[in-house]
Design a protein around this ligand. Structure first.
Ligand code: UD1
Ligand code: MG
Length: 460
């Protein structure tokens, strides 16, 4: 993502706050490692920072959940996290990143790791303000219910006089609907100089980051607010709020796909992942779930109740209904994968068909091959996985078991019900099942004998 982000005129860094306990999630998983659209909340926040072109990203973590720091370092490298212990407020949290940014010269944006809908486009106006001469820029929103938020005390022109926390607010201030989202940006030196002056003589006994707005204004720094729609800056504090944020994200992404020409007759029933790619001209029917890592080409139709994950679907392919594509499934153009067919790590050639009740795992299916109903690629012996390769134009009879490692050559056929354990040469027929025995009149004789016996028994 960093590669695609435009290079800003001034250098940018981000401090992402993630030291909160997240107790209201009531989960052994730390809050910011919960997932939205298949990606952790923290990764969404890091994506936003990267999308803004931040070349330095520092995540402030608490001592209570080391997994959060590990996850951040795994993505961003050693030195990308600082620990705030104990947590003494948002101002104190940002101060924890002071040393890490000591050699950084440029603008710093502060964001929260639990606000996954705060995208680069939402934050960008703060950098625009800084570029226009504002010293401290704060992202606000108009809250439907402002209770609990810090209030922005504004003068005309979105000039910010100060931010008053709910607990410090008098009745008049509590009427203010302009609230603080928590996202704020300033030049690195300005930010840390102001933070050094923040005190904790307030209702919560905390160092409020928000105090820097008033401090800046008093020192004749230019301090301004930009505004975002409320859902874009909504934080996640509970499982219900996570689900609500997910719903907002899903709706937004589905709408974006429809704008790009994807047909979705029942969009509300389609579940996407953060990285789902669907080209315009594709159709996604009802109740389709996309796990991470899926791309669908134009003209493909994903029929109802299909589940796709880590899969590539080629142009004009037909998937489902009730298909399951697992990681490594590469479905070629115009191929058909039908109901109750599971494909994992198999490359399916152009125009090939596996229409009913099959497991295709590890291997390949050549162009225009036909996989009969109930075919199983027996890929696992309890210890290792092996590959099955079916050649172009081959015809696999229904209910065949292809025991890997095995190859069926181009144009070859296998008889229904065969267990194929040896390679089949091109254009050959392989049969491996008991020879059929026919006993003329046997069924009629059998029934007569049985009926006779039953009749004698009933007479007694
Ligand atoms: C904060 C803002 C408030 C704003 C609101 C928006 C302050 C003082 N108040 O209030 O103006 O309207 O967010 O949601 O900044 N955190 C740390 N270390 C700490 C405390 C917090 O890392 O010591 C992190 C939390 O993990 C969280 C974020 O900072 O991601 C905000 O903390 P929270 O306690 O939710 O602040 P609020 O009281 O909601
Ligand atoms: Mg909060």
């Amino acid at each position: 993502m960093t590669d695609n982000a435009p290079k800003p005129a001034r250098r940018r860094a981000a401090v992402i706050l993630a030291a909160g306990q997240g107790t209201r999630m009531k989960s052994p998983t730390p809050k910011v490692l919960h997932k939205l659209a298949g990606r952790t909340l923290m990764d969404h926040a890091i994506d936003a920072a990267e999308g803004l072109g931040c070349e330095r990203i520092i995540v402030v973590v608490g001592a209570h959940s080391p997994q959060v720091g590990e996850a951040a370092r795994k993505r961003l490298g050693e030195g990308a996290t600082v620990v705030q212990d104990p947590p003494l407020g948002t101002g104190h949290a940002v101060l924890a990143a002071k040393e890490a940014l000591a050699d950084f010269d440029g603008d710093v944006v502060v964001t929260y790791a639990d606000c996954p809908l705060t995208t680069p486009g939402v934050i960008a106006p703060l950098f625009d303000l800084l570029a226009g001469g504002t010293d401290v820029a704060v992202l606000g929103f108009e809250a439907a219910n402002p209770t609990g938020y810090g209030r922005l005390v504004l003068a005309p022109g979105h000039v910010l006089l100060r931010i008053v926390e709910e607990k410090e607010a008098d009745l008049a201030t509590k009427q203010v609907k302009h609230c603080n989202s928590g996202v704020l940006a300033a030049d690195r030196k300005v930010l840390f100089d102001l933070l050094a002056q923040v005190r904790n003589d307030n209702a919560k006994g905390e160092y409020y980051l928000t105090d820097i707005a008033g401090l800046a204004h008093d020192r004749k720094f230019s301090t301004r607010a930009a505004f975002a729609p409320e859902p874009a800056v909504q934080g996640v504090n509970s499982q219900a709020e996570l689900a609500a944020a997910e719903a907002v994200w899903q709706r937004g992404r589905r709408n974006a796909l429809m704008v790009e020409g994807v047909t979705m007759p029942a969009p509300d029933t389609v579940h996407l992942s953060w990285d789902t790619r669907i080209a315009g001209g594709a159709v996604v029917e009802q109740f389709v779930v996309f796990g991470p890592g899926v791309s669908v080409a134009s003209g493909a139709v994903i029929k109802a109740f299909s589940h796709l994950e880590g899969a590539v679907v080629g142009e004009g392919a037909l998937i489902g209904p009730y298909a399951r594509l697992r990681p490594g499934a590469e479905i070629g153009p115009e191929a058909h994968i039908g109901n109750f067919v599971e494909v994992k790590k198999v490359k399916v050639g152009k125009g090939a068909k596996a229409n009913h009740l099959s497991y295709l795992g590890d291997g390949s299916v050549g162009e225009k091959a036909n996989i009969g109903a109930g075919t199983i690629f027996c890929n696992y012996d309890g210890f290792d996985k092996f590959e099955t390769h079916v050649g172009a134009g081959a015809f696999i009879g229904s209910n065949s078991a292809l025991v890997a490692p095995v190859r069926v050559g181009d144009g070859a056929m296998t008889g229904s019900g065969s267990v194929i354990v040896k390679n089949v040469p091109a254009e050959a027929l392989a049969l491996s099942r008991a020879e059929q025995v026919v006993k003329a009149g046997w069924a009629a004789k059998f029934r007569a004998a049985k009926q006779d016996k039953k009749a004698k028994k009933d007479k007694k």
